[in-house]
Design a protein around this ligand. Structure first.
Ligand SMILES: [Zn+2]
Length: 384
């Protein structure tokens, strides 16, 4: 994607972050409870035990949490109740499946990746197994799982989205990813897909603004360029910001393919690319003002990409991406396939695919807008 993560040169930001978080420097690295190798084999692995405690929170309330290792954790039975799901244990207290008649949420200790109805969901912190029970981080519960599983709990949004800023990644001297063998440039396809998406959305009544509508860089210098893209969203009063990219890997190029959609990483969590928290994760960024909507938006789009285009599922992810950091409306970054993969690059180079991709993104945006509409009108709705 060639989109740099936020660089943290500004000491001021760290100081603000410390004030906001109230953390001391000694607390910045979470010290999770040690999980013994082979613990699952030692612990009694009866599917029905231990019995989750479920009487500590009503579904409408933010549940009680337990703090250890500088993180607030929610016991799995309490989390399930919050989500309106039932817990059934598998293997041991290290894995849990939460279900209702149309939902299956799979969580495992020490695994960032969760499964939601077969889709790959990357949490901010891996659940932990402690004293024969499984715990999920409160931030993941409230800012990721509630929006995805039970959006009706979010309450009414400020507005229903009407104005969207579409950001075709890269441009001008910044080509983005390149498939040299096929002569394909990321910047060409981000722009073309964005133009197609604009046309579809305008026909459906959206007001659409592009950060660029031809082959250009917005500002010389990558950081300034990315900042300018975010500024445009604020200037036009956007309700949604969508940055469009295509991906690439350096190794195993023919094995890696598919779509991923990124939201901005919540405060107090490490980005998906890094296992441990560090001090700059404690900074509150403008992009964090919409954590729950970012989650709902990203998942709405990811689902459509997987279902409509049959792309490999690279996951609903999060990262501290510079282009998303300063946006003050709900914002996501879409990776619409891998230019490094010959088959997928040929597909991306095909206008029919890009039209389908634009359609799928538009469908995801439509689903997101409908969800917000029903929340505003107080309808008892869910993401399904
Ligand atoms: Zn890119």
């Amino acid at each position: 994607m060639n989109t740099p993560r936020v660089r943290w040169a500004a000491l001021g930001g760290l100081i603000i972050g410390l004030l906001v978080s109230g953390l001391t420097a000694q607390e910045n690295v979470p010290r999770l409870p040690p999980t013994r190798p082979g613990a699952s084999a030692v612990a009694p692995a009866t599917p029905s035990s231990p019995k989750p405690k479920t009487a500590t929170a009503s579904p409408a309330q933010v549940p009680r949490s337990t703090r250890f290792g500088a993180t607030d954790w929610v016991e799995i039975g309490v989390a399930a109740k919050r989500l309106g799901l039932k817990v059934s244990w598998t293997l041991s207290s290290r894995e849990a499946v939460l279900t209702d008649k149309d939902t299956r949420l799979e969580l495992a200790s020490d695994r960032l990746e969760a499964g939601l109805n077969g889709d790959r969901i990357f949490l901010g912190q891996a659940p932990v197994s402690r004293s024969g029970n499984l715990y999920v981080s409160k931030i993941d519960l409230e800012r990721c799982l509630v929006p995805l599983v039970r959006p009706a709990l979010l309450g009414a949004p400020k507005s229903v989205p009407k104005t969207i800023v579409i950001d075709p990644g890269h441009g001008g001297p910044d080509t983005g990813k390149v498939n040299g063998a096929l002569g394909l440039f990321e910047k060409t396809f981000t722009l073309d897909t964005s133009l197609r998406l604009k046309k579809i959305l305008e026909a459906r009544g959206w007001k659409v603004v592009l950060t660029r509508s031809d082959d250009r860089q917005l500002k010389p210098g990558k950081q300034d360029d990315l900042q300018r893209r975010a500024q445009i969203a604020d200037e036009v009063g956007a309700d949604v910001f969508v940055s469009i990219h295509f991906n690439s890997v350096a190794e195993q190029v023919e094995k890696v393919s598919g779509a991923e959609v990124y939201r901005f990483t919540p405060q107090h969590q490490p980005p998906v690319t890094r296992a441990r928290r560090r001090l700059d994760d404690e900074v509150l960024n403008p992009g964090n003002g919409n954590d729950v909507w970012n989650s709902l938006l990203a998942y709405s789009i990811q689902r459509r990409l997987l279902r409509d285009l049959k792309l490999d599922d690279r996951g609903f992810k999060h990262d501290r991406l510079a282009v998303l950091r300063l946006v003050s409306c709900p914002a996501v970054l879409i990776e619409g396939g891998f230019l490094s993969n010959t088959t997928e690059a040929r597909r991306i180079g095909n206008a029919t695919y890009r039209q389908q991709l634009a359609e799928a993104i538009a469908q995801g945006l439509g689903a997101y807008a409908s969800q917000l509409q029903s929340l505003r009108s107080g309808a008892n709705s869910s993401s399904r």
